[in-house]
Design a protein around this ligand. Structure first.
Ligand code: 26V
Length: 809
């Protein structure tokens, strides 16, 4: 049932002006976009606050089961437009601004992205928050309130430079509410021993522990036109008043504040850093403590907490949760081990987001027991009991040994999450299959019933209605408005994909989006690009496995093609990159440098002209994605098969009419299944071919380099001085590709990639054929709505029911 706020434009104008006057001692006409943004955000707060209160009351009155999504990252981007859209008042507010003579776009751009995440994993968590509210499920987020989000990227002389992301600015986060009364203490370090507590029970006694205060800040998550407001709870650290004497200097205090100071910007390697372990435990312990407290307020028995609570572990970062939950149930509430274990495993579930072993978290037992002595004791106990129980069941010894939690001096966080929970899922079909047959095969053999797949999704509303308003109006024109409320209605577009007038409309929409992006490119980089060219886009974190370098190699090939034959008939292309590299990831940074220097070379060569342009847009982030993605003709999804767990930008490009250039990896496979073989461009090795190389060790990059003249020339270009100012980066790349045998098989996939790109050029010249492909992508993208993904999590993993309270649906 649709439910929008009733708000006339006049009423909005009155509300807005009143809020503005209370806040800013100036005239509307003199206000900066930031001042207007603040006044608008506060107006919206007044609109949703009653709904938020009502939601919380009705959930506790009805004792609804709640799922808590624990994630070290949430990456919502800007919230203003989403909040307006979801309240159903976006058009009203835009109209009000027009009547007031104010520039809505400037005001919306004044909002700083909330970037408490690195990439796909954090963006997915934010998408799930939106979809939980939109589907109406009681699903709350639990994370950290970082003072600094993901670093701001500047490009200086072609190099990435990282700057702090002071997203609070001087304004703070306008959407959050501090909840002092829900603050709890979290303990680190010290010694712990078990003392007699009478009645045959033991209780832990701590000495020299550091006690810190966890204070929650709640950020509302509004459902789409349904009056639902869920909660994203972000924890901040403070020094408890009673311990202030322990921190006499500013440096002492700073060390504490460090815990929530900054998001770790590396999603490629597992770094054993004490501070990160503290972050992980801090948010997990604080979250679980308040969850137990609020459950107990209902007066229900603690042993049955799993009937009202689910806790989801998003990747391994909150994977200490099962052990911490055991600690709370046993130490704080006196529960017996078996009852506590039964409750814990029913409450916990876990999602794996990568098979890259470098990113699977392990902690040395030395560090772990130093930082979390009591939790470590509990983990050892869980591990011992696991071994005993598996032994008693007669399970294969090698398998049990491979799956235990504490092994070779390390605590395996994924193992704790799996053993301590009832569900483990991958994020696309192929990824889940790989978990079962490879990464987690011993777990799968022992407990197959725990495994399931949940293919990722995206918030379609943000990528169409917000990021692509003209596209959205054109969809309205051809199939009506229903798709805005029910994305599956988008399938009606299938009927017009060959209609010449529809094709023309959608072509024009794309041209407009390209023009908007071309203006931004010119403004920010000084490079002029023609909208007649194919806009070919690869935007994502910079990682070797994502193979931005393969894209670069193809560009070099095109460069030589044009240089060899300047009068040839080329289909013009603009290659657009956006990518942040982890600050410590040297190779990734070298690739950024090479892209920028290659861009300089190509963009300034008059012989190349508009045939080829290369653009690197700095500081890729959600709000920039909203500008770039709707303008793409080609979506580059070219990871080595088996490496990209799912990908989610692939879905956003599809939904806005880009054609995917894809390997058979992650969700690309499912995109192909939706659009059909002929509406996607597939190339490269399959995962089985990749694994064959691993098994037989028969890959020989040097041989490919020596025998393929085109490849030879392309690779030499990195080191022969053609690309200026990147001698050392070029030879680093040469070495990775040839000397060190090309870990991600770029050389083997090169020719098939070049051929696929040639197909794209030919297809683009056939406008009818191209628009058919493009529109087929839009028409069949409903499959990837995160609303449906979250329904599957809610029903199959968390066992939630839909609250039917009051006005909620
Ligand atoms: C995350 C983090 C977060 C901060 C602390 C350091 C650290 C180290 C490793 C990781 C693992 C990142 C795993 C990840 O982002 N996986 C991506 O998840 C997406 C959502 O499921 C998926 O679409 C991408 O394919 C997958 O690479």
């Amino acid at each position: 049932m649709e439910q929008t706020m009733e708000l006339t434009t006049d009423q909005f104008i009155r509300d807005f002006e009143q809020t503005f006057n209370e806040q800013q001692q100036t005239l509307l006409q003199n206000a900066t976009p930031t001042e207007l943004f603040l006044a608008l955000a506060h107006t919206i707060r007044q609109y949703y606050t009653p709904m938020w209160l009502e939601r919380n009351e009705s959930l506790s009155a009805r004792q609804e089961k709640i799922a808590y999504y624990f994630s070290i990252e949430f990456l919502p981007g800007r919230m203003l437009e989403t909040n307006l859209l979801n309240l159903g008042i976006l058009d009203t507010v835009k109209e009000g601004f027009t009547q007031l003579g104010l520039d809505f776009t400037a005001v919306k751009n004044a909002e700083h992205d909330m970037a408490l995440g690195n990439g796909g994993l954090g963006r997915l968590a934010a998408a799930f928050m939106d979809s939980l509210a939109t589907t109406g499920y009681a699903g709350f987020g639990n994370g950290l309130r970082y003072k600094y989000g993901l670093f701001k990227q500047r490009i200086v002389d072609g190099y990435q430079v990282e700057l702090p992301d002071a997203w609070f600015g001087s304004l703070g986060n306008v959407w959050e509410t501090r909840k002092d009364h829900d603050a709890v203490n979290v303990r680190f370090f010290g010694n712990v021993y078990m003392a007699d507590a009478g009645e045959g029970k033991l209780k832990p006694v701590y000495s020299n522990a550091q006690v810190l205060r966890a204070v929650p800040y709640d950020v509302p998550q509004l459902g789409y036109k349904n009056g639902v407001v869920n909660n994203l709870r972000l924890w901040d650290v403070e020094i408890p008043e009673e311990y202030e004497l322990n921190y006499p200097t500013i440096a002492d205090r700073r060390r504490v504040e460090d815990i929530t100071a900054v998001l770790y910007p590396d999603d490629s390697t597992e770094e054993g850093k004490k501070l990160r372990l503290m972050q992980e435990y801090f948010m997990t312990s604080a979250g679980l403590q308040t969850i137990v407290k609020s459950y107990l307020k209902m007066g229900l028995p603690l042993e049955k907490i799993y009937e009202k609570v689910s806790v989801h572990i998003n990747d391994t970062h909150p994977a200490v949760a099962p052990a911490e939950f055991m600690r709370i149930l046993i130490d704080d509430y006196g529960m017996e081990w078996d009852a506590a274990w039964n409750a814990t495993t029913k409450v916990m579930s876990y999602t794996n987001h990568t098979i890259l072993s470098e990113a699977l978290e392990k902690w040395s037992t030395g560090l772990f027991s130093f930082v979390l002595p009591r939790v470590f004791q509990i983990i050892v106990e869980i591990d011992n009991r696991y071994m005993a129980q598996m032994g008693a069941q007669g399970a294969d010894y090698a398998r049990v040994e491979n799956t235990r939690i504490v092994r070779n001096g390390q605590v395996h966080m994924a193992h704790l999450a799996i053993i301590g929970g009832h569900s483990v899922n991958g994020v696309a079909q192929i990824h889940t299959e790989l978990l079962k047959e490879d990464t987690l095969r011993d777990f799968y053999a022992l407990t197959p019933e725990k495994f399931n797949n949940k293919t990722n999704g995206i918030v379609q509303r943000r990528w169409t209605q917000i990021a692509a308003p003209v596209l959205s109006q054109t969809i309205d024109k051809w199939i009506g408005f229903e798709w805005r409320n029910d994305i599956h209605a988008l399938r009606a577009l299938n009927d017009v994909v060959d209609n010449p007038r529809a094709q023309n409309d959608f072509w024009e929409v794309k041209q407009l989006a390209k023009k908007r992006l071309a203006d931004y490119i010119e403004e920010t980089t000084g490079v002029h690009v023609s909208t007649d060219a194919i806009f070919d886009v690869q935007v994502k974190r910079l990682h070797a496995y994502k193979r931005q370098l393969l894209n670069v190699m193809h560009i070099i090939k095109l460069y030589w093609d044009i240089k060899d034959n300047p009068e040839g008939d080329f289909t013009p292309r603009v290659f657009i990159f956006g990518a942040k590299a982890a600050p410590g990831y040297h190779f990734a940074k070298s690739i950024i440098k090479v892209i920028n220097e290659l861009a300089n070379l190509i963009n300034n060569d008059p012989e190349i002209g508009d045939k080829l342009k290369v653009v690197f847009l700095e500081n890729y982030r959600v709000s920039l994605a909203e500008l770039i993605i709707p303008a793409a003709n080609v979506s580059e999804q070219i990871s080595l098969a088996s490496k990209e767990a799912s990908g989610t930008s692939n879905m956003k490009f599809m939904m806005t009419g880009a054609v995917t250039m894809a390997t058979l990896d992650g969700a690309n496979i499912e995109i192909r299944d939706e659009v059909g073989e002929e509406n996607i461009v597939i190339f490269g090795m399959t995962k089985d071919e990749v694994y064959h190389h691993y098994e037989t060790h028969d890959y020989n990059a040097r041989y490919l380099y020596d025998t393929d003249p085109v490849l030879h020339r392309v690779i030499n270009t990195f080191v022969d001085g053609t690309i200026p100012r990147c001698q050392s980066e070029g030879s680093e790349i040469f070495d990775a590709l040839v000397t060190y045998n090309d870990e991600y098989f770029l050389l083997e996939d090169f020719q098939s990639y070049v051929a696929a790109q040639a197909r794209v050029s030919a297809l683009y010249r056939d406008r009818e054929r191209w628009m058919h492909m493009s529109m087929m992508n839009i028409a069949n993208s409903d499959k990837f709505t995160s609303d449906d993904t979250i329904r599957q999590y809610a029903e199959e993993i968390w066992h939630l029911s839909l609250p039917h309270a009051g006005r909620h649906r």
